[in-house]
Design a protein. Structure first.
Length: 223
């Protein structure tokens, strides 16, 4: 004590403790920085998947909209009073297959599901990520419901023909349509089915896919 050795030792020990604490803080900071970098890389990977999903959706929707607009135009001609003559309908081979098949666009959800479950969103990109999640939530269920409706209509119609029309096999398998077949596709019953499908197509599906495509293109640009 007389030589102040204890004071020196305490000072040395305190200095060692400070150095250790500083070392730990530096290590923690480096670790946090590395973790943040890895988290950001993972988020960027997920966003790239979302971007590719949206690009694929846009491409698929473009193809489907071509089919939709062709069908919509054909339906409009069928529903116009001056064109609802038996002669026109019986000769319109394309008119017979409108309710026998259906084009659909299945939305890619791999990236959306990954993004939905990712919970380390940095503040600088949170608004964009939240917007993407809301976008998917708003459209996917609605598109699925409308797709399912049209699918059910096609299945129901084909079952009806199968169970009630003797010419169904030649029509469905061989593409042959005899006079009775042609006569059916000019009946009011068939036109009424077309009217319902036209409303769903024109008022729901086409606008829905156009809106989805437009929003998807906007997100692709941001990503």
């Amino acid at each position: 004590m007389k030589s102040n050795k204890i004071v020196k030792y305490l000072g040395y020990a305190l200095g060692e403790i400070v150095l250790v604490v500083i070392g730990i803080l530096i290590a923690v900071a480096i670790n946090n920085s590395q973790q943040e970098k890895e988290d950001r890389e993972e988020l960027n990977r997920i966003l790239e998947i979302v971007k590719n999903d949206l690009k694929n959706d846009i491409s698929t929707i473009d193809e489907v909209l071509v089919d939709f607009r062709f069908t919509e135009n054909l339906m409009s001609k069928m529903l116009q009073a001056e064109n609802q003559s038996k002669d026109f309908l019986s000769k319109c081979s394309n008119c017979r297959y409108i309710l026998s098949e259906y084009s659909t666009a299945l939305i890619n959800t791999k990236g959306r599901n990954l993004l939905k479950s990712y919970n380390k969103i940095p503040e600088d990109i949170r608004v964009l990520v939240d917007s993407i999640n809301i976008f998917y939530d708003n459209y996917i269920e609605t598109i699925d419901i409308n797709n399912q409706f049209m699918k059910d209509e096609v299945i129901t119609f084909n079952k009806y023909l199968r169970d009630n029309k003797p010419w169904f096999k030649d029509y469905f398998i061989n593409g042959k349509c005899n006079q009775d077949c042609a006569d059916y596709f000019s009946t009011q019953e068939y036109i009424n089915r077309i009217a319902l499908a036209n409303v769903v197509l024109s008022d729901a599906l086409i606008p829905l896919f156009e809106e989805y495509k437009s929003s998807a293109e906007g997100f692709v640009k941001q990503l």
